[in-house]
Ligand binder design. Structure first.
Ligand SMILES: Cc1cc2nc3c(=O)[nH]c(=O)nc-3n(C[C@H](O)[C@H](O)[C@H](O)COP(=O)(O)OP(=O)(O)OC[C@H]3O[C@@H](n4cnc5c(N)ncnc54)[C@H](O)[C@@H]3O)c2cc1C
Length: 325
């Protein structure tokens, strides 16, 4: 994600929110949506140097960081005749996360779960400010704000476990779902290559989900439905090889009540998901190592062990919830 390396610098010119300047060049930024008219001939540089402090006769500028649930709900309700909105986010759309798991297996198309910001708040115009998705040069610019709204959500937790970021796929964004679907279909095709060993076939078709929270459970369920309904018909040759394993350190859905937990466990088991109690210690490119030394070969690994604050949010000197968000 080279574009993620672009940098922006939000300058708190009129606000009292305290931001540590050393941490301000957070990795982000690529899309900027503004109700401000942009001169058609202006270069990107001229345009952004125009986002200085607002003048007394101008609408106050509300800078919104993030384009997720909170940010979009907020922008939708804002009166754009009173405020100028500038939204800064790595993505120009909102993701309808509850349906994301269904897109991994083709039950829903990706575009069904992504809503452009311009449709959520029609008065906001979108401007792409990245100078190319492949750029590796950080690009800094300042945006002055009268009010700053921080709605950056959270980041997937890996607990510093070696190899997670390199080998596992998270399930938080549309591009994650695209990657999961691509890998799943690729492995189905690879497993049919003549001469492939039985062990390799089993590995390729072993889908492992780590984390038994709502996302992990929902995704495991979607995956096993897909296997039962589609894969077994269309790829009959793999029906005895493809499996879903859900690894959880404690109990699945631990924040839900006992009855629901038991129901989910029985439904998952019925649909062929193997539930494994274990703690992942290391993630290698084709296998996971558990705390007790067990090695679990996999073809697809989805990591869903909860979320925590991003480094940028951690760096802010503002009151936070107990989880640091
Ligand atoms: C697969 C899945 C299923 C879910 N299902 C449900 C459900 O059924 N019910 C439910 O209540 N909740 C569900 N959730 C949780 C729900 O999605 C979150 O609680 C919600 O998204 C939080 O909203 P938010 O606005 O705080 O953060 P998000 O929606 O995550 O938005 C954060 C925004 O900040 C942007 N951003 C991140 N870093 C930066 C940066 N440095 N600079 C600028 N912008 C940045 C992101 O691109 C994003 O636009 C689910 C989550 C997932 C992943």
């Amino acid at each position: 994600m080279a574009w993620f390396r672009n940098l922006i610098h939000i300058s708190g010119l009129k606000s009292s929110v305290k931001v540590n300047p050393r941490n301000m060049s957070f990795t982000t930024a690529l899309s900027h949506f503004s109700t401000l008219p942009s001169p058609p001939s202006a270069t990107a540089h001229n345009y952004y140097s125009g986002l200085g402090p607002t003048k007394p006769d101008e609408r106050p500028r509300v800078v919104v960081l993030g384009s997720g649930w909170a940010a979009c709900r907020f922008m939708k309700g804002l009166d754009t005749s009173l405020y100028d909105i500038v939204c800064v986010s790595p993505r120009n759309h909102m993701v309808f996360t509850p349906l994301l798991a269904s897109t991994c297996v083709g039950t829903l198309e990706f575009r069904s779960v992504a809503e452009p910001i311009g449709r959520i708040q029609p008065a906001v115009r979108c401007e792409t400010v990245t100078d190319g998705v492949n750029t590796i040069t950080p690009w800094k610019f300042d945006i002055a704000y009268d009010k700053l709204v921080i709605a950056l959500g959270a980041e997937a937790s890996t607990f510093g476990i070696h190899g997670v970021k390199e080998n596992a796929i998270f399930l938080r964004e549309v591009h994650h779902a695209v990657e999961i679907r691509r890998k799943l279909l690729l492995n189905l095709m690879l497993s049919d290559v003549p001469g492939i060993s039985e062990d390799e076939k089993r590995r390729l078709l072993h889908c492992v989900v780590v984390g038994g929270g709502p996302t992990g459970v929902e995704f495991s369920g979607e995956l096993s439905d897909f296997i039962m309904r589609d894969v077994r018909q269309r790829y009959a040759h793999v029906k005895d090889y493809i499996h879903v394993t859900l690894i959880e350190a404690n109990e699945i859905l631990s924040s839900f009540d006992d009855r629901l937990r038991r129901y989910a466990t029985s439904q998952l088991t019925k649909s062929g998901v193997r539930l494994v109690r274990g703690v992942v210690k290391d993630v290698k490119s084709q296998k996971i190592v558990l705390n007790d030394g067990t090695e679990v070969p996999y073809g697809l690994l989805v990591w869903s062990t909860g979320v925590g604050p991003s480094p940028f949010v951690r760096s802010l000197e503002v009151p936070k919830s107990p989880g640091g968000r």
